[in-house]
Design a protein around this ligand. Sequence first.
Ligand code: BEZ
Length: 266
Amino acid sequence: MASYLSRAAPRAFNSGLRAAAHARPTTRIQAVQRPAAPLFRRFLQVPAEQPRLRLGSVAPNFQAKTTHGDIDFHKWLGDSWAILFSHPADFTPVCTTELGAFAKLKDEFEKRNVKMIGLSADDLSSHQDWVKDINEVASTNLAFPIIADAERKVAFLYDMVTEDDVRDIAKKGLPFTIRSVFIVDPAKKIRLMMIYPASTGRNSAEVLRVIDSLQTADKNGVVTPIDWQVGDDVIVPPSVSTADAKKKFGDVKEVKPYLRFANVGK
Ligand code: BEZ
């Protein structure tokens, strides 16, 4: 597997960044590199109690420092849906485009009762400076909290790390945090997990589309087909008889006895 996070790559990557970000302090640039102090390495271990993450399991709770103050994740969630999404490091190009895009979709997420919370493996002061860059680059006003996870506490809890990095932890030090997205519902259950490689920025429209699908499914007792968008026909699940589906949805188009479409509107 090509590693975009090898010890050599970020250095080359950072020197490019350094040239581009002429005013950026060196400490910010170095945030992408792995801390690997020998003394620290001896004690560094993946937590033994990393919970199993499954669709339908309760999203593990945690307390963390964020750009909006200290939070308890479950309390912060309240009765909302949420997306928790992680990033390898501050002041990195792909992450900057991702956070800018999500910040611009604030109204779309709010309409769906979804709170956003980002995570990046740097400290608060770095996050605060980075947010200024994101706002400038994307002409936005990023309004959601970003977790400071320099110690990878949340990254380990949610398994936001690669196999290689965990295997080499004693040699290389703290792993990078990969691009994960968790959609959590108001019952605090995990409803979706997406894990992207460092080389690939996410698709914010797909995150919204899945939220629409989940909320439509929950509300109407239906499922949604490939590439479904709000307003398209939904699928009557096999557990519902055609007679009951007609009572509930009116028109039901039966393509096959097991493939029946209905429309639940927008
Ligand atoms: C980024 O641009 O977000 C990125 C690219 C490579 C490694 C880590 C982060």
